[in-house]
Design a protein around this ligand. Structure first.
Ligand code: NAD
Length: 269
């Protein structure tokens, strides 16, 4: 028996990257997965591919910053499928800029995508979950919400805000059979990262992580799958870093990196 058999899971931003890997993993776990994204064609393609693999999947065109559409989509999902057991709030993106240069418009747009939409969607789903007496809410936060990121002030603050929201929801919804948890990925090999960073930056980031590489979307999906499972019923209000030890190492990794570089340079001489 698959752990999520008979369950309905909604994954936002699931057309590519971490969201796509999560959608695939939850489908493999037996859930009927609603692959949602603002890129409707790409979401459709993911759902078709999962169906072709013998899984249950359907697509939903949804821009999570459109709060009216979010409410309507949750009603539509419950009308069609009768329930939402799992929400994976994954859609998000960072805007890299020095703190002093961030405009108010950019701040508003970062807040709308990385916090406002997360709050409204979680609230809409939790209302349905409360009626059912069961639910699993998982936020895809970031290590930038755990440690101060460089030139990602608004994004990092909103990812930290997601963790505050998670704890508040855990407290208020726990008695209704709903758990709220978060994963905090470190640098993960997705389209978002490959656009933002050069190959050298990706390699260098890996050298600053104890595992000596960046993460894979499937590794984040593995953690989400665990938190989404019925067996995780007593895990509520926690953040699970999926970062190869990056946050555990903290500032020590900078020294390890410095020593490695010095060693490489002396070996070259
Ligand atoms: P990605 O850009 O590869 O994929 C994001 C998906 O979200 C895309 O399909 C995009 O169309 C969709 N999306 C963006 N805005 C949307 C909106 N308003 N409504 C609906 N869909 C929208 O990104 P990714 O790397 O897979 O990141 C996924 C999540 O993981 C994000 O929340 C990101 O902040 C977080 N994260 C990523 C990394 C990383 O290194 N890749 C690290 C930590 C956290």
């Amino acid at each position: 028996m698959k752990p999520l058999a008979g369950q309905v899971a909604l994954v936002t931003g699931a057309a590519r990257g971490i969201g796509r890997a999560v959608a695939q993993r939850l489908a493999e776990d037996g859930a009927l997965v609603i692959v949602s994204d603002r890129d409707a064609d790409a979401a459709n393609a993911v759902a078709h591919r999962l169906s072709a693999l013998g899984h249950q999947a359907t697509s939903l065109s949804l821009d999570v910053t459109d709060h009216v559409a979010v409410q309507a989509s949750i009603e539509q999902i419950c009308a069609e499928h009768g329930r939402i057991d799992v929400l994976v709030s994954n859609a998000g993106a960072g805007k890299s800029k020095p703190f002093l240069d961030m405009s108010e418009a950019e701040l508003q747009s970062q807040m709308a995508l990385n916090f406002g939409s997360v709050y409204v969607l979680a609230q809409a789903c939790a209302r349905k979950m409360q009626m059912a007496g069961y639910g699993r809410v998982i936020f895809v936060s970031s290590v930038t919400g755990l440690a101060g990121p460089v030139e990602l002030s608004a994004y990092g603050a909103m990812k930290a805000g997601q963790l505050g929201l998670m704890r508040a929801m855990a407290l208020e919804l726990g008695e209704h059979g709903i758990t709220t948890n978060a994963v905090a990925p470190g640098p993960t090999d997705t389209e978002l990262l490959r656009v933002a960073w050069s190959a050298e930056q990706v390699a260098e980031a890996g050298e600053r992580i104890p595992a000596r590489r960046i993460g894979k979307p499937e590794e984040v999906a593995h953690a989400v799958s665990f938190l989404a499972s019925p067996g995780a019923a007593f895990i509520n209000g926690v953040v699970l870093p999926v970062d190869g030890g990056f946050t555990a190492a903290g500032g020590y990794m900078a020294e390890v990196y410095r020593q490695r570089k010095a060693h490489q340079n002396s070996a070259r001489l």
